[in-house]
Design a protein around this ligand. Structure first.
Ligand code: AMP
Length: 273
């Protein structure tokens, strides 16, 4: 496995590659969730490129940029074992320029839910993803449904800017108790991990209601609110998969999303109905 951090070296090295390229952009501290994307890419492409970059432009000033878990040595081992062809680990200076051209997230989709709590977050996500797409020029790029809104916005960027890249949505990987894997789970104490399980529990109860035939969104949202108490809940919502409001749950076209704080850790999870 090649490891490069310089964009020019990456471009030179990619000239030698023949065949399809699968790309998995990450912020590192890799876990089985990331590895499921990597494995899928390795299976479906001639070459897999993984990037590890904790992107400062997608963090708000009060967020956890400085404490975000960084475990490069372990990540390198995991990528190498997973048969990644090339690991790209740029620095901020490698990727960003003074007074540069930027991208803006869509003014509706980019400013609800995650974008409401984290205004400009998706601007930063699109900026870095576009740079990485232009460098890697992937045939396919793999994104987790865990970050459902990010996935939707990246799909929209590919569509709106006529990019020739296939976006592959990947299922959410959970631990044996149901907690969605996340690099930020490293912040949780054992006690907090128990509290965090309320999130997947609330999603499970909501989907059971749907199976029973309940299509009343208010009732489902209330039930989730009760299950999540006493966590600080930012949102627990049933929406259409394009993130617009629904009058009644539509099976096959709905998504149930939760963002809740466990101690000082902000966690997100969702289920596609
Ligand atoms: P991150 O390193 O958090 O930026 O995540 C990199 C990619 O891994 C994103 O496409 C995430 O949606 C995906 N991802 C993170 N956690 C999970 C998970 N538990 N299951 C599936 N995909 C995930």
């Amino acid at each position: 496995m090649k490891i490069l951090s310089n964009p020019k070296e990456l471009l030179t090295s990619l000239k030698e590659l023949k065949g399809s390229i699968g790309f998995v952009p990450t912020m590192g501290a890799l876990h089985q969730g990331h590895l499921s994307l990597i494995k899928k890419s390795v299976m479906e492409n001639d070459h897999t490129i993984v990037s590890i970059f904790v992107n400062p432009t997608q963090f708000l000033p009060n967020e956890d940029l400085s404490t975000y878990p960084r475990r490069l040595e372990a990540d390198i081992k995991l990528c190498s074992l997973a048969k990644v062809s090339l690991l790209f680990t740029p620095s901020y200076e490698d990727l960003y320029f003074e007074d540069e051209v930027t991208l803006c997230a869509p003014s509706k989709l980019g400013y609800v839910l995650e974008g409401f709590s984290r205004p400009s977050h998706f601007d930063g996500v699109l900026r870095v993803i576009m740079k990485l797409f232009n460098l890697v020029k992937p045939t396919r790029a793999y994104f987790g449904k865990k970050d459902a809104q990010q996935l939707k916005i990246v799909e929209k960027m590919v569509n709106d800017l006529f990019l020739n890249i296939e976006i592959i949505p990947c299922e959410i990987i959970r631990d044996e108790e149901g907690l969605a894997l996340s690099s930020r789970n490293a912040y949780l104490s054992n006690e907090e991990k128990k509290d965090a399980l309320k999130i997947s529990k609330a999603l499970e109860l909501a989907s059971k209601e749907v199976v029973k035939g309940n299509k009343d969104i208010k009732k489902i949202e209330e039930l989730m609110g009760k299950t999540l108490a006493p966590l600080k809940v930012e949102y627990a919502k049933v929406l259409r998969r394009d993130f617009t409001a629904l009058n009644e749950l539509e099976i096959g076209n709905s998504i149930i999303l939760i963002c809740a704080h466990v101690g000082s850790t902000r966690l997100i999870d969702n289920i596609w109905i």
